[in-house]
Design a protein around this ligand. Structure first.
Ligand code: SF4
Length: 212
């Protein structure tokens, strides 16, 4: 079993068959951006609830751009680093209005020029809300890629480039949410459920564990 695109396609299909469906709180680019900015160091349910409150209170980019930072902070108070994030999301909303005519830009370089927006967030926005092929490498994608032997690096950008080489382009959209769910339920950070994993016969981590 190598890293050919047909091997990877088959492996990802097997993973997909075992991963539960991913819940998307929003599909509209602006709210996907805001939700992803809030998500760092925060549980999914807390992030989703905070984003929902912001959406209900402010509705769109114009509403959030003119929001009072203290009010935003209080609406997202259960989110990690809520003070910094409150200021950031207001700032980003204003930049989207001033520089991009109120529309979330669809170019990676424009997205990463926004304060607090890195490649992972930008790639989530592109793939999950715009269907633009992109691979977001978060902790789940990074861990699974390392364990599987797809990447030898701890640098998410290196892993992203490696995945872009080996994963067929038509599978990039949807790859991150699928691996997130696979990582939460099967290839868990602690105590991966290798015995019941549908792809254990292709996994380097599992092969090493069996030998030791
Ligand atoms: S065999 Fe274990 S380490 Fe490998 S992908 Fe499956 S759960 Fe993860």
């Amino acid at each position: 079993m190598g890293d050919s695109k047909s091997d990877i396609r088959m492996i990802l299909q097997k993973m997909r068959s075992q991963a539960p469906p991913h819940h998307f709180e929003f599909s509209e680019p602006f709210w996907v951006l805001i939700t992803t900015m809030l998500s760092h160091r925060t549980k999914d349910e807390v992030t989703d609830s905070a984003s929902r409150k912001l959406f209900e209170r402010y509705g769109n980019v114009n509403g959030l751009a003119g929001a009072d930072p203290h009010e935003v902070e209080s609406l997202i108070r259960r989110v990690g680093f809520h003070g910094v994030k409150a200021v950031r999301i207001i700032q980003v909303s204003n930049i989207i209005i001033d520089r991009f005519g109120g529309k979330v830009p669809s170019a990676l370089e424009d997205l990463v020029s926004l304060p607090g927006v890195g490649r992972k967030t930008a790639n989530v926005v592109l793939s999950d809300s715009m269907n633009i092929p992109a691979i977001a490498v978060d902790t789940h994608v990074q861990r699974i890629s390392r364990r599987f032997g797809w990447s030898n690096s701890d640098d998410p950008e290196v892993t992203e480039r490696r995945l872009m080489k080996i994963v067929p382009r038509d599978l990039w959209v949807g790859l991150n949410p699928m691996l997130v769910e696979f990582g939460k339920t099967i290839c868990r950070p602690i105590g991966p459920r290798c015995g019941m994993c549908s792809v254990n016969s292709y996994c380097r981590y599992f092969a090493k564990r069996k030998k030791s």
